[in-house]
Design a protein around this ligand. Structure first.
Ligand code: UFG
Length: 356
């Protein structure tokens, strides 16, 4: 399946981030040439050492198939340079996995322009340069946040798109742009919008994981910081949501399962005629905040002190995927359960208490 992948390369924007680093690892392991482009605003250069060490540990020889570049997707000149260089060395960029973007719903309320500029303008730059170099395969990192507040208990891809924060607006806008690109030049682009639910966990060796140095916005990295005793107490935002225990329900998915879905999406696009697909990437199982805390404590034999706080703006009560479409299209099933996510996440954090 992957045999000819040495004749081209894949650009991963945001390749140093939580999702990006696990993708670099997985694609390199499968023999792809990978160029990671990341500004390091939410990550560090050190990430590349962890990726290399993990591959070395697994006795995977990647020779010189990995480039790890610092740069911004708003820098069109740099983007052109990267595409041009790959052409010159006869390993043209065949497709882009576009993850780069800002991702805090909360911060996006305070600074919407920053979100529109980075996420939307940045994406437009990528798409333009791709077009210039006739590179028309893209896997885009979208988000379940674009569904917003929905009546549906389980969300499928036909559920109405109605984001409730500026961050979500930028993600749905990028999907709209990709739709326009596709429908106005059919028979050329191959596009997959992957709508992530809540990726957590880490590589099972604990050698790669999420950078959790700053104040985390998300639940799981916050739990890790409390477990590390870097913070005294977890705030549980809301005990009055219309859910079984009053706390928010999410569809947590193991980062390695999520990574695998990108590999399958890319191969699917590569081997099919031009198309655009939207896929929910989740497990289909809902877990409440209190349930996640309990599982984490049980699996890792530790205590996570927590207290109720009022609801956080921009939150929804329930967000769980109907994942039947991606299971069918990608012939994929997420394999790892909540316990495994908690165990692997803690393995990473406890062995890297200060991050990368
Ligand atoms: N929560 C807490 N305490 C915290 C952090 C979160 O109780 O310190 C709660 C939230 O209220 C929510 C649940 O834990 O009920 C999950 O919150 P996260 O911030 O971990 O995840 P979100 O579902 O809010 O957001 C995530 C991503 C977004 C993405 C969205 C899609 O961070 O980028 O999923 O649903 F858009």
């Amino acid at each position: 399946l992957y045999m000819v992948c040495d004749q081209y390369s894949i650009l991963i924007t945001g390749g140093a981030g939580f999702v990006g680093s696990h993708l670099c690892y997985l694609f390199l392991k499968k023999g792809f040439n990978i160029i990671s482009l990341d500004s390091f605003v939410n990550s560090t250069y050190e990430v590349s050492n962890n990726i290399r060490n993990l591959l070395k540990y697994e006795k995977v020889n990647i020779q010189n198939s990995f480039k790890f570049i610092k740069g911004d997707i708003k820098d069109t000149i740099l983007l052109r340079k990267i595409f041009k260089e790959q052409l010159d060395i006869n390993k043209p960029i065949k497709g882009v996995i576009h993850l780069a973007g800002l991702k805090s719903a909360n911060e996006s309320f305070k600074n919407p322009l920053k979100y529109w500029s980075n996420n939307v303008c940045g994406s437009i730059n990528i798409f333009k340069v791709m077009e210039e170099f006739n590179c028309k395969i893209i896997v885009f990192s979208s988000s379940a946040t674009i569904y917003g507040l929905t009546e549906n208990k389980i969300i499928n891809e036909k559920t109405k798109i109605k984001p409730i924060n500026p961050y979500g607006n930028t993600k749905s806008t990028i999907e709209t742009i990709l739709n326009d690109i596709y429908f106005n030049s059919p028979n050329s682009w191959k596009i997959a919008n992957l709508r992530y639910f809540n990726p957590i966990g880490a590589h099972p060796t604990g050698m790669l994981g999420e950078n959790i140095n700053d104040t985390p916005n998300n639940l799981f990295p916050y739990i890790l910081q409390v477990a590390l005793k870097k913070r005294n107490c977890l705030n549980v935002y809301g005990n009055d949501w219309p859910t079984k225990d009053g706390t928010g329900i999410r569809d947590y998915i193991h980062i390695m399962d999520l990574a695998k879905s990108h590999l399958l999406s890319f191969m699917n696009l590569l081997n099919s005629p031009p198309k655009i697909i939207n896929l929910n990437i989740g497990t289909g199982k809902g877990t409440s905040v209190l349930e996640l805390i309990r599982v984490f404590e049980e699996v890792n034999q530790c205590e996570i002190p927590w207290e109720f706080k009022s609801r956080r703006i921009g939150d929804v009560p329930i967000c769980v995927a109907d994942n039947s479409l991606c299971k069918k299209v990608l012939d994929w099933v997420p394999k790892k359960d909540i316990k495994t996510m908690c165990r692997d996440g803690w393995k990473w954090a406890s062995s890297h208490p200060n991050g990368f």
